[in-house]
Design a protein around this ligand. Sequence first.
Ligand SMILES: Cc1cc2nc3c(=O)[nH]c(=O)nc-3n(C[C@H](O)[C@H](O)[C@H](O)COP(=O)(O)O)c2cc1C
Length: 329
Amino acid sequence: MSRPFATELDQALTAATRAPSPHNTQPWRFEVDGDRVELWLDHDRVLTVADPDAREARLSCGAALFNLRLSLRVNGKDPRVRLLPAPGSPDLLAEIRIDGVRRSTPAERELAEAIFHRHTNRRPFLDQQVPRGLQAALNTAALTEGGRLEHLEPSARYDTVAVLARRAEFLQATDESFQAESARWTRRSAGSADGVPLTAAAPPARHAGAVPQRGSHANAELPARSYEQQPLLVAVLSGGQGALADLRGGLVMQSVLLTATSLGLATSFVSQPFETTETRAALEALFRDSGRVHTLLRVGYGYATPPTARRPVTEVVHRGAAQTGGPST
Ligand SMILES: Cc1cc2nc3c(=O)[nH]c(=O)nc-3n(C[C@H](O)[C@H](O)[C@H](O)COP(=O)(O)O)c2cc1C
């Protein structure tokens, strides 16, 4: 039987690139030297208008790291991961050493299956509540990575988050530099190796709901559809500050996203309020007592969406010498 990947590491690197990233920018690169891998932030792929501090890019790299580690584990490896971002070298994010062996658990194998099935679903969700038991499983997924979730029930806090999202969507819709950046990365053809293809865009909303649709991710040529009026929103949180916290936040986020996928749940992101200075400050103040808020996810039931492409692994992996130091996970 032919093996689709030459080595477990090749498979893990492919899995890493399936991570989500804003506008499918894929802001990562990997330096491989034998059984040692370094994960670097690719600054050329950071959204300078929407994400000037590279916060969302580091979350994406954390998600890529989660996939890489999980893929190695289900292939019987025991990767040792050190999270590295430091003030002097903020772009060197992590070092992974693959020198042990270990038996994977059924739960890890199930989660790894989800890596290639998870897609951002921007379309309307079904009118079906996410049962409490599944919400609890998502909480556990966050706790496993040292983070936590807050499920936003209809409440004053939900309303405030929705107002901030609508305000940010308005500010971005009227900001030429933001629009130009979005235009560069969206409405791509289906074969595009990065960016968001039109096939992943959503039909326009027939009625404005509590949470705004991202204008740049709507396809006005599709017939308008009704969306759920108050989707389940989940805030991904952790402790700490700075680049290290972002990277850890990405691990938490991906643990939750893959768990949701394996439970048959659809997910999408509500990032607008993180991307304007005014709404970001208000959002952080709102969650200050709960920790650092990394992202907001919309969770529910939807019909399957097609995958978006990724750049070939050979484009993001460089083989040769790598060099490093920092805390382990
Ligand atoms: C930190 C982060 C923020 C994102 N924000 C949004 C968003 O606000 N709206 C949206 O539709 N997608 C958002 N996405 C999803 C990306 O556009 C998506 O991951 C990318 O296009 C690749 O598609 P896939 O997730 O289906 O693999 C975000 C992803 C990440 C990691």
